[in-house]
Every structure is written in C-alpha cells, then in structure tokens.
Design a protein around this ligand. Structure first.
Ligand code: HT7
Ligand code: ZN
Length: 876
C-alpha cells in the first residue's frame, strides 16, 4: 500500500451529517443499508468526485436522493465506491451491501465470536460494513436499526440510547439505537447475541441517571461484578479528577472471546476482550484484576479523550491514546498505591517502549508517515505518549495542567483535533511557549541524560552538570538531521549520608523540578558544606536513560532512605544492574552480589511488611530484557540468563531465613476470604517473591514448596505464581504440576492461557517442540488471538534464550506461525512479528539467523500489508 503522510493531510471534500443504518443480521448473509446525508465540505475542493472507502464489500444497491443513479455515474470495486459528479448541495445516498460475518477471520468490521455478532471499526473497519468516508475527521449522528433472529440474538445493542424495539415478523426482532453525539465511523459498534448481564445505576454530577451493564457469555455473570464496579468507580473518578461527566442514559460493556486487542471505546458500547472483563478468585490473578480495572477505566475515559474530542487523522493517535493512558494511570494510582503503580508503569515502559525506540521499528510518538496504521498502536504512541502528558503536568504544575485540560475539552468538544490544539490549550492557560516541548512528539528514540556532580567545599556549592543526547533516527520530519534538544523536567532532591533530606537551594529549581532544555546545562546548588547524595529524576520525571556516576555507597543511601519511593526502588535496580551487566560480560565489577544481598537484607529488616507490594518490587531483579537493553549491542541472552540466575540464587541463599519468616508472616489464615484489593494483592506478591528467591537458592526445596502451593492455593494468584516458580525447575515435579493444572482447567480458556504462557517461557532447548505440541492441544486455536498471544507472544517476548536461540529454531517457530496466521488475521500476525524488533541488538550469529528468517518472510509472495510493513521496516 502507498505511504500516507501527515504532511499531505487535506480535509475531506464531503461531509456526512447523519447516518441511518439498517442491519439485518444473518450468520453468512448480513445485509446493511446505509442512508447517508452528505454535503460538500466548504473546506474541500468544489466539484471533486466523492470517493467512499470500502474493504471486501459486495454492493447490492445504490440510490441517490431516493432515485436511481445515472448510468456511468458510479464506479464500484470492493475497495471504493466513486460518485463522479456529486451534487454540490446536500444530498442523500442509500447504499446496500452484503457481508459474511462468519467468514470474517480478520476480526475487523462485523464478525462473529462464539456465535455473538460484534464489530471492531478502529482504525478502518467500518469500511468493511458499508462504503463510507472512513476517516476520523468526518463526524456524523448515527441511528442504527438492528434486526436478527430472536433465538440467535435475543440481545441487540448499539451506540447511544435505546429508542425502540419490537417484532420484525416471524422469529425476527429488532432494536433501534440513536447516538446524539456526532462521531467518526471508527466509534460505531453493534452487538447481537445470547448474552447474560449484570447491571447497576450511576447518577452523574449533572444529575443524569445512567444504567451501566456488563454483558458476558450466559453463565459467566458471576465473573462480571468486578468490571461493573470498575465502571462506576471510573465514572466517579473522571468527575472528581477531570470534571468529566458521562453523557448518555446507558453505558454498555460487552465481553467477547475473539478480539484483536484489549478493548474498544465505541460510544456508549465498549467491546472488550473477555480477558479484561471476567474475573473470579478461582480464575483470575491479582494482575488480571488490576488490568481489568485499568482497561475498563481506559475505555471509559476515552468517552471524553477520544470520543467527545476525537482525532483529526491517525497521525494524532497519541492525542487520544497517550492522554487516555495517562488518565488511566492516574486512576489506578489513586485507587491503588501511587508509588507501586508508578514503578509498574516504568517497568512496562522500559520493557516494551525502550526496546521499540532502540530498534528498527522506532518512530516518533506522532509518526509522520505510515503504510499500515494498525501497526502504529504501539508502546511508543501509548506509553511514551502518556509520559509526554505527565511531563507537561510536571512542567506546568497540577493546577495549571487541570485548567489546560478543561480548556482543551471545552475548546475541542465535538471536533476532530490535533496535538497542536492540545498544546495550544496549555499555552493559553499558562502563557508558556510549548514549541520546544512539542519536539517530544516528533523525535524518535530514547534520550540519554548524563549527569556529573562536583562538590566545592570551599564555596559550599554542589554542581550538577546535565548533558542530553538523542540518537539520530532518520524520520520523515527530521530526515537525518541532528535532533534538537528536548525539554526535560528533572524532579530532584538531595539526601544526606545519614538519610536526612537536604534543602535544595537554587532559584532554578521550582517545586522540586529543574528544567533541562538545552544540550548541556549546569545547576549550582548553594549552602552545601558536605557533598549530598543526589536523588534525580524522582518519580521517573522523564522517559530518559540516566547515566550517573553514583557510587554503591550513595545508591545504598538512596535505597535505604530516599524520600522518593521510586528512587529507592531505582537504587536497588541500579545496584543489581551493575552486577548483572558485569557478570554477563564475564567480569565481576566493583558492585558485588554480596553487597546487594546485604542491602536487601537491611531493607527487609527495616520493615518490608509496612508496604509488601513495594518490597516485592525491590526484591525483583531487572528482567532479562532490561539487562539486554542496558548492554545494548552484541547481546548474548544465555550469558544474561546465567548472570541473573546466579544472582537470584545468591540473594535467595543470603536472605533465606528472612524469606522464610516473611512467608510465614504473610500466610493467610485458612478460610480468609479472597479480596482483590491492592493491600491483599501486595501481601501475596511479597510472599510469592520470597518463594521465587527461595527456589532459586534451593531448587529441590523450591520445587516441593511450589508444587504444594499449586495444589493447595485458595486463589489463582498463588496458584499461578507457584507454577511460574516451577518453570525453570526441570524435572518430574514441574511436569506433574503442569499436567495437573492443565487437566483441572481444561474448560477454562482464560486460565489455560496462563498455562500456555508459562510453558512458553521454559528456558530449555525443548521448548519450541513443546510449543508445537501445545499448538495441537484441543484448547488451542490460531483463530483466537488470546491463544496466539499466550503461546507465541509469551515465547517471543518472555523467553529470550529460546526465542533468540543460536540455531534460529526460536525464530523459525515464530515465523511459521506469522505466516500461517497472515492469511486469516494479518493484524495479529504483524504484531507477533514485531518481536523481531530487537534482532539487531543480539550477537552476530543470532543476528544472521534473525535476518535469514526476516528476509524469507519479506520475500513471501502475497503477504498482507500488515506483515510486509513490519518485515520491511524491521530489515530497513
Ligand atoms: N482504541 C482502541 C484500539 C483498538 C484497535 C486498534 C486496531 C485494531 C483493533 C483494535 N481494537 C482496539 C483500544 C484502546 O486503545 O483503547
Ligand atoms: Zn485507548
């Protein structure tokens, strides 16, 4: 497909004010009549042909203003419907198309999941339902009539509010939905099927009575309560935190089992991957509960950041996604523990976005060109996009930020906006020129900030010199030009050797933030007769890599006493990283495992039980992926794994008595009812972190403890955590544990996903063959994206030694699945292929294997645009 460029944006030549859809559902022959009220766009080209988008469509009939179209006036292909000389006044086009939802394996447009009709229209799925101006800057008011067999689809849901329903003759019935809010086609949705529901009511701050319902497979209603409660909490939070109220009489959430992504924010009718709705203590882990809460909130928050204010074009995707991730992160931080959540956010960013920024798929948060937009729903757009919004708040302060948000929503309500519109609201509110700040949206790559400290005892000054550098990544906007300096908020504090807070004296530090906005700058802090320990980038105040020559002693001070919990955790990570990268390179550095173990012991002694979730994070070593990132080139995944396993064992051995005591102190008395709240989850996390380290120190004992926990656990969190401990412990105990778990949950696909995912991470040469076997398991299906992600996604992302095997067998396995999937679900195939994004970082032998496999994929005739785009860019 041709390249689409931001620079080429032009408004549509025509607008659609109203859409009336009549959808007669049928498993293989659904008929859709779309009646479109069109008019020329004053901002468009007068007299231009009207070109409606289509994808795989069969046209049955067309009429113009109620009459036939003149011979030759219309040209139709499956991909476009062109009206050569449209009236230059308002006119009505009625179009009838025929679809086969059962044959729709791409899961875009109208499809069936477990017999339930549902839709997915973002980014460009509406054109698979009817011919349309399928672009986000064409906003229309929709009325949808849905008709179906009563037996097959007793429940019929659409966008907006229900208007009427009734019999359509024989066994057929219908429902009409009207959405008064103008919206782009990507927010259209309908659902028809046999569904059970749980429901509640919410009264908005404006006094609107809203009925909230969560719809699930009949019989699973008992697992929908947590999601329902999360909707109500999200509604209340958005009113409190952003003054945003819900604007319809109903809010429906529907869970389906076949879904390409996590969920979709269709207006008034959010459709979810059931993985992010269904939860019970027996089937869901604490992580599942946290994800459900976050994703329910995320989709709900889109009602304002995405729906009421939508995007002008797909280059502005971060405008809704980055902002909404920021909003859902704030929600989870308020509902749970802010520091613990911040650490989790940063771990995700470092594990997913930093590698993307460092590899061949790097792109700016606002890309300037794409071939396939579905390949740009990335960690960069979402997670780095959220970090940009967070930095804006840090720079402007919470109050001005909130006023800027209010101004943005007021100014852009009902429109399709741009990043410039967003920033203009903050400029207007703060009087600050944000032109340099806007570079964050345009320049790809993770900046590095190098910091040097100098203490002058005579002058009692402490000088911090910051140097920022950004890798030169050629993009459409920047070409090969040297990147320009970014505006980087550095939140900082000073700590004395005894841990006391030290005053920061400089008029360049406001509210604890220094702004680095040039390539190099020095901050002179006064009144310091002794050198303090600098605590920089508190709370991870910018998405950068920090290179700081801090000694072990200083890091130990920060770990023990910093007032900023993020930097306490970061100090432990940095200490560990120094040992791990040194050992992976075959050398013992100054930093030693024993010193780290001693620091962790002191940390535990000082009171791990005061905040168990935080303690669990401090005990966790950087992941193999993070270590690889830190090393950066010629990476040997086996050496990294050996170093990490060795250090885990060392720490486990040194801390064993304390870890045993912790496990005992954290054990729940028998019969304690399960609660998914953050405090209870934190206690489980620490108890399981202790088990993990104990198993590293003494595998035989660890296997016995873990096997017992798999059998006896009273909830899925503890059961899965124990199964995860068994993963590296080769032997009969592990195999028995997995076999029994698989048998116990053979009818629970979402639980089996955990079982698939864990087996995919077994760090042994037999794993690719094991996965081939599991692909023949009766519960596995390539047609279901959750199964594919569990088995192959988990393998490629979480099993570095086997994915990056020197013989290329890991790459071959993933490539085989990518190609097998490409014909049926190219979106999921392309996403799986992105795992090759780190291939240039590995050592030469593995690099050759990866390149061989990527080239063979790229050369395959008939590839989808999705997969060929990723393959080409990965090689580029
Ligand atoms: N806005 C939604 C994105 C999405 C999506 C994109 C492409 C193909 C399928 C998709 N399903 C959902 C979800 C979100 O980020 O909120
Ligand atoms: Zn989103």
């Amino acid at each position: 497909p041709p390249v689409v460029r931001l620079a080429d944006y032009r408004p549509s030549d025509y607008l659609i004010d109203r859409v009336e859809l009549d959808v007669r559902l049928h498993p293989t022959e659904t008929r859709v009549t779309a009646t479109l009220a069109l008019r020329p766009n004053p901002a468009g080209i007068p007299g231009a042909p009207l070109v409606l988008d289509g994808d795989d469509l069969v046209l049955l009939a067309i009429s113009l203003d109620g009459g036939e179209t003149a011979p030759g006036a219309v040209a139709v292909t499956p991909r476009a419907l062109t009206l050569h000389q449209p009236p230059q006044r308002p006119f009505v086009l009625a179009i009838e198309t025929k679809l086969d939802p059962t044959a729709n394996t791409k899961l875009m447009g109208l499809y069936r999941s477990n017999g339930v009709y549902c839709t997915q229209c973002e980014a460009d799925g509406f054109r698979r339902i009817t011919y349309f101006l399928d672009r986000p800057d064409v906003l229309a008011v929709y009325t949808t009539r849905i008709e179906a067999d009563r037996d097959e689809a007793p429940v019929l849901l659409g966008n907006g509010n229900p208007v009427e329903s009734g019999s359509a003759g024989g066994n057929r019935h219908y429902a009409v939905w009207h959405d008064p809010h103008p919206k782009p086609a990507y927010l259209f949705a309908l659902v028809g099927g046999r569904l059970g529901r749980v429901a509640s009511r919410f009264t908005t701050m404006e006094g609107r009575e809203v009925e909230i319902a969560v719809w699930v497979e009949p019989g699973k209603e008992g697992r929908a309560g947590y999601a329902l409660d999360a909707v109500a909490r999200s509604m209340a939070w958005d009113e409190r935190a952003f003054g945003r109220a819900y604007d319809l009489d109903v809010f429906n959430v529907v869970a389906v089992s076949d879904f390409n992504m996590g969920a979709m924010e269709n207006k008034g009718l959010n459709i979810f991957n059931d993985k992010y709705v269904l939860a019970s203590p027996d089937t869901a882990t604490d992580a599942d509960y946290a994800n459900i809460e976050a994703i329910i909130a995320h989709e709900y928050f889109h009602n304002w950041s995405g729906n009421r204010v939508t995007c002008r074009d797909w280059f502005q995707l971060c405008l809704k996604e980055g902002l909404t991730v920021f909003r859902d992160q704030e929600f989870s931080s308020d509902e749970r523990s802010r520091p613990v959540h911040r650490i989790a956010e940063v771990r995700t960013l470092r594990a997913r976005q930093f590698p993307e920024d460092a590899g061949p798929l790097a792109h700016p948060v606002r890309p300037q060109a794409y071939r396939e937009i579905n390949n740009f729903y990335t960690a960069t757009v979402y997670e780095k996009g959220a970090e940009i919004v967070r930095m804006l708040r840090t720079l402007l302060g919470a109050e001005v930020f909130r006023r800027g948000m209010d101004r943005y929503f007021a100014a852009c309500d009902g429109t399709a906006a741009t990043v410039e519109d967003f920033l203009a609201a903050f400029t207007a509110e703060s009087g600050r020129d944000l032109a340099d700040f806007a570079r964050w949206y345009a320049q790809a790559g993770t900046p590095t900030v190098a910091v040097e400290a100098r203490h002058d005892g005579n002058a009692a000054t402490y000088t911090l010199t910051f140097r920022q550098s950004l890798p030169a990544i050629a993009t459409e906007a920047t070409g090969g030009a040297r990147p320009l300096p970014l505006v980087i908020p550095v939140a900082l504090g000073l700590v004395a050797a005894d841990g006391a807070a030290v005053e920061v004296r400089s008029d360049r530090v406001r509210d604890g933030v220094f702004v680095l906005d040039r390539e190099e700058d020095s901050l002179v802090l006064a009144g310091l007769t002794t050198a303090p320990v600098p605590s920089l980038f508190r709370g991870f105040s910018a998405p950068v890599k920090v290179v700081q020559d801090l000694g072990d002693a200083d890091r130990l001070v920060l770990l023990a006493r910093d007032a900023d919990p993020f930097n306490r955790w970061q100090a432990a990570q940095s200490l560990a990283m120094a040992v791990l990268t040194g050992r992976a390179a075959g050398r013992e550095t100054g930093a030693s495992g024993a010193a780290l173990a001693g620091a962790l012991a002191a940390f535990l002694e000082a009171g791990a039980l005061a905040d168990p979730a935080f303690a669990a994070l401090v005990l966790a070593l950087p992941s193999e992926t993070e270590i690889a990132q830190e090393i950066g080139r010629d990476v040997d995944p086996d050496a990294i794994r050996a170093a990490r396993e060795g250090l885990r064992a060392e720490i486990g051995t040194a801390l064993a008595p304390r870890l045993d005591a912790l496990r005992a102190a954290l054990a729940e008395p028998a019969g304690t009812p399960f609660s998914p709240d953050a405090a209870s989850a934190g206690r489980r996390a620490l108890r399981n972190a202790a088990l993990d380290l104990l198993a590293a120190a003494d595998p035989a004992r660890g296997a016995a403890l873990a096997a017992a926990q798999v059998e006896e656990a009273s909830n899925m969190t503890d059961r899965v955590a124990a199964l995860a401990v068994l993963v590296p412990l080769t032997g009969e105990t592990r195999e028995r544990g997995f076999a029994r778990f698989g048998a116990a949950y053979r009818d629970e696909p979402l639980v089996l996903d955990k079982w698939f995912a864990l087996q995919a991470t077994i760090p042994e040469p037999g794993t690719p063959e094991r996965l081939r076997g599991l692909m023949r398991h009766e519960a596995f299906s390539l047609a279901n994206p959750n199964r594919v992600r569990s088995l192959l996604g988990s393998f490629s992302l979480n099993n570095p030694t086997q994915f990056h095997r020197p013989d290329g067998a890991g790459y071959d396995l993933v490539a085989e699945v990518v190609l097998a999937l490409d014909g049926t679900n190219p979106q999921v195939a392309a996403r799986l292929l992105t795992a090759f994004g780190t291939w240039r970082m590995v050592e030469a032998g593995r690099r050759r294997q990866a390149e061989r496999v990527l080239r063979s994929i790229a050369a395959r005739p008939g590839l989808s645009p999705d997969v060929s785009d990723i393959a080409a860019r990965s090689l580029g």
